[in-house]
Design a protein around this ligand. Structure first.
Ligand code: NAI
Ligand code: MG
Length: 496
């Protein structure tokens, strides 16, 4: 088996040394001295202990971030800022294999995905936003000839960023890239399930030469812990959050104290719609990428597959044939296509949704259990239910696992209505050879991203975010610059 042996583990030195919070350019223990364990989901073994940061640590980090903002970082020329972000991207590429292994060990995802998606996109995201640092502009406005009127684009200030465990390193990049390009300082809380790559990237940021206090990392939990302390902090100017819808609501409420700005990227229940005129083989591959990529732990996962009735049976047989050939195993094994879920909690949650689907009358086409060949690890077989209707819980709630709900349809209007009958609106996809139909559907689906004849395609230049309860604000592209900058209008009196 090609599982990397311990001696080949490029991240073994990092794993072995004590983990610390990053506050004011220094690696320090939590004030409380408390730590918690992070687990390898493929083996259930403890990977490392990390500090359990709390309110006092967040307070220290916010003070350091404020000092950096008012000090060296705030005064730095934008081309210097750009250079530091570029340097971070270079260091990430230099350590790409090590970071990929660390991400796979902490999260479980297949190493090929960690290396060619997570690490590659992380570096690209920093590089993209490094370019923005020198391209921020205000405007002059011809409002009234008695005044010279212009706008300045300024950083929002100290920003708190709370991220999930499904793409730890990449979510950090989506948050840090635009925040740093705009000249903000950051207090980041990684997810408690996957704190390791954030800390390693913190080291690389220090190596790149960011001034003390510009980036701070507090590992810890959400409620009554570092997450809560960030979301209700009176000296944090903005919070960016990615995670569960219910947590999003808590963050919004907590923001009321100082009315800090909030951006949210929450869940999804994306419709993936295949018309009979589509390239069926391409759509089958797209359906697989749509639901099984990252073990289904993707906010934009194509978890509702709408199949036009005339192709339903052909599609299902091709789909289940391909699924039967998928290799599930340890993420470090180069041949693995589907790894374990991130945690026991997530595995159990997914298995309970499988039970609910059975009870509600959906038919199991494949999978449906934890695979018996893996004695350890939080695995769930790739699972498909047919005969699902849009009112079943499995079609309404975010399962966040490798569980696909197949819903047959007959007409355009029927499927458009059903696709939009969800409280979420993050993404959707349409498979057809008919250009008109594709454009019409792209307009009709109420979601922030629509893929036509593709799935899960991303680029740092293309905005991403939700309609409805999938959140608000757009990350990536120039739209993220809006999230992390303030506009100031200046009026100069020209009257004699
Ligand atoms: P979560 O939303 O609780 O956790 C995400 C982040 O928020 C973590 O860093 C966590 O520590 C923090 N957090 C939790 N409670 C908080 C609070 N009260 N105040 C401040 N920060 C808080 O998500 P969880 O519990 O890990 O996963 C549960 C479900 O949420 C998943 O099954 C999935 O359906 C959904 N989810 C969606 C994600 C997405 O990308 N949209 C990512 C992760 C989870
Ligand atoms: Mg939670």
């Amino acid at each position: 088996m090609a599982v990397v042996q311990e001696k080949e583990l490029l991240c073994k030195d990092f794993l072995a040394k004590p983990k610390k919070l990053l506050i004011d350019g220094k690696f320090v223990d939590a004030v409380s001295g408390k730590t918690f364990e992070t687990i390898n989901p493929a083996t259930e073994e403890v990977l490392a202990k990390v500090p359990e940061g709390g309110k006092e640590d967040v307070d220290k980090a916010v003070k350091a971030a404020r000092r950096a903002l008012d000090g060296p970082w705030g005064k730095m020329a934008t081309n210097e800022r750009a250079r530091l972000i570029y340097k971070l991207a270079e260091l990430i590429e230099k350590h790409a294999d090590e970071l990929a292994q660390l991400e796979t060990l902490d999260n479980g995802k297949p190493i090929t995905e960690s290396r060619y998606v997570d690490v590659a996109q992380t570096a690209e995201t920093y590089r993209y936003y490094a370019g923005w640092a020198t391209k921020l502009e205000g405007e002059t406005i011809n409002a009234n000839s008695n005044f010279f009127t212009y706008t300045l684009r300024e950083p929002v200030g100290v920003v708190g960023q709370i991220i999930p465990w499904n793409f730890p390193m990449l979510m950090q990049a989506w948050k840090w890239g635009p925040a740093l390009a705009c000249g903000n300082t950051v207090v980041l809380k990684p997810a408690e399930q996957t704190p390791l790559t954030a800390l390693r990237i913190g080291e690389l940021a220090m190596e790149a030469g960011f001034p003390d206090g510009v980036v701070n990392i507090i590992t810890g939990f959400g409620p009554d812990s570092a997450g809560e302390a960030i979301s209700n902090h009176m000296d944090i100017d903005k919070v960016a959050f990615t995670g569960e819808e219910a947590t999003g609501r808590i963050i919004v409420k907590a923001s009321a104290g100082n009315l800090k700005r909030v951006s949210l990227e929450l869940g999804g229940k994306a419709p993936n719609i295949v018309f009979a005129d589509a390239d069926i083989d391409a759509a089958v591959k797209g359906a697989i990428t749509g639901i099984f990529f990252n073990q289904g732990q993707v906010c934009c996962a194509g978890s509702r597959l709408f199949l036009e009735k005339s192709i339903h049976d052909e599609f299902m047989s091709k789909l289940t044939d391909r699924i039967a050939k998928m290799r599930q195993g340890h993420g470090l094994d180069e041949g693995t296509q589907i790894g374990p879920q991130v945690s026991k909690e997530q595995q159990q949650r997914i298995l309970s949704y499988i039970d609910i689907a059975k009870k509600e009358g959906a038919s199991l086409a494949c999978g449906g259990a934890a695979p018996s060949e893996h004695k350890k690890g939080y695995f769930v077989q790739p699972t498909v239910f047919t005969g699902v209707n849009n009112d079943m819980r499995i079609a309404k709630e975010e399962v966040f696992g490798p569980v696909l709900a197949v819903i047959p349809f007959t007409g355009m209007d029927e499927v458009a209505e059903a696709a939009n009958k969800t409280t979420f609106g993050l993404s959707g996809a349409v498979w057809t050879r008919d250009v008109k139909k594709a454009h019409k559907f792209a307009a009709r689906i109420k979601a922030g991203t629509i893929w036509v004849n593709c799935y899960n395609v991303f680029d740092p230049a293309v905005p991403f975010g939700g309609y409805k309860m999938s959140g608000y604000g757009r990350e990536l592209g120039k739209h993220s610059i809006e999230l992390y900058s303030n506009i100031k209008s200046v009026w100069m009196n020209l009257m004699d």
